[in-house]
Ligand binder design. Structure first.
Ligand code: 13P
Ligand code: SF4
Length: 354
């Protein structure tokens, strides 16, 4: 019965010459079954892609009907990056959200602190985070109490906070920074010592680059994804691709950053890869950025320094979840105005620097 169905399906799908590999009993031999399974698999893949295509169409239609803008971080899944209106690093996305005039809704496909910044900077828009549980663990590492304690221990010392912080923390700082501008922000401050949190690795990097004393708050804040990178992985890849240029995110450890020909934010890496004469790159940041790097540079090769470098929170966003949040306009991110007002000032001071 099964063979009969197989035969029938094969006849409809395969060209006649492919039907030759049958054994003496007239049943399909393993090779034919194999071919058939491959085709079934392809058909299945086609259906899945067809489904994805329908989902994409539905999102694009909803987006137009509801006047929505989709912003996606460089770490988002490829299919999300491909439908987004804008893909970028944390500062680019904040600026894009801040400057948006026309859209009624901003779908922010990333993690909590980025969507919060959009809501702070453009309070008239409805900001949706497709999955409210997409929370950056590093941003949770710095509490308001910790900032107040550090301020009392270091009176009159300016507090610089990485945008990877929650709104309530931002409201307690003097100025924000991102991985793209932390060195410039700290250099611009008229003080030899600053407090910087929550990323200890970024604080160490800024201290080295500016020559100022940068005190990390809390003492040991870190990104669990970037901590996975080890310099040994770069050495192994370098042995295989000696000509490769190495790009590393400042959230990586000091030892890992030492291996880098370039240290910068995710979008700065994208620009570096485009402008560099190198044809091969080893990448020390979350794997999502490889999609954009490969798309923008079809003639160049990119290797992730460590294959397991995935931010599970960033990856909570899917096309299905974007569709659901936009359809129901659910998972709205709001920041109480008294906190937003103070946090906005700290973010705006950062934007005024450029
Ligand atoms: P970028 O600003 O470089 O995109 O970094 C954001 C982030 O969360 C890195 O882990
Ligand atoms: Fe946070 Fe790290 Fe994920 Fe960036 S990669 S969102 S810092 S956990």
């Amino acid at each position: 019965m099964n063979d009969h169905i197989l035969e029938k399906d094969c006849e409809t799908i395969l060209e006649t010459p492919f039907l030759v590999p049958a054994n003496r009993t007239g049943k399909f031999c393993s090779a034919a079954k194999c071919i058939y399974l491959c085709i079934l698999l392809e058909t299945f893949t086609f259906h899945v892609q067809g489904g994805t295509m329908a989902l994409v169409d539905n999102i694009l239609k909803l987006k137009a009907d509801k006047s929505a803008l989709i912003l996606a971080h460089n770490y988002q899944r490829p299919e999300i990056q491909d439908i987004a209106d804008y893909v970028g690093d944390s500062i680019e996305l904040s600026r894009r959200a801040m400057e948006e005039k026309e859209a009624r809704i901003i779908v922010f496909s990333a993690v909590d602190f980025m969507a919060e910044s959009a809501a702070i900077l453009n309070p008239k828009k409805k900001v949706l985070l497709p999955v409210l549980g997409a929370r950056c663990p590093m941003a949770q590492m710095l509490t308001v109490e910790e900032i107040k304690r550090s301020r009392s221990q270091h009176p009159r010392t300016p507090v610089v906070l990485y945008v990877n912080t929650l709104a309530a923390a931002k409201a307690e700082c003097d100025i924000c920074c991102t991985s793209a501008n932390a060195v410039e922000v700290v250099s611009s401050i008229n003080a030899d010592t600053v407090l910087l949190g929550p990323d200890r690795n970024l604080a160490e990097y800024v201290q080295r680059k500016t020559g100022k004393t940068v005190i990390p708050i809390p003492e040991c804040g870190f990104c669990p994804t970037h901590l996975l990178f080890q310099p040994e992985d770069v050495q192994i890849l370098k042995a295989q691709h000696p000509e490769a240029a190495v790009m590393v995110h400042p959230e990586c450890t000091f030892e890992m950053k030492k291996t880098g020909d370039f240290v910068g934010s995710t979008s700065q890496m994208c620009r570096y890869a485009k402008e560099s004469g190198a044809k091969t790159f080893i990448v020390g940041t979350e794997e999502g950025v490889l999609h954009r790097l490969r798309k923008d540079n079809p003639g160049k090769k990119f290797f992730l320094a460590y294959e397991g470098a995935v931010c599970p929170n960033m990856k909570l966003n899917t096309l299905e979840r974007i569709y659901a949040s936009l359809k129901e306009e659910k998972n709205v991110v709001t920041v109480p105005e008294p906190i937003a007002k103070k946090a906005r000032k700290a973010l705006q001071r950062m934007f005024e620097l450029k």
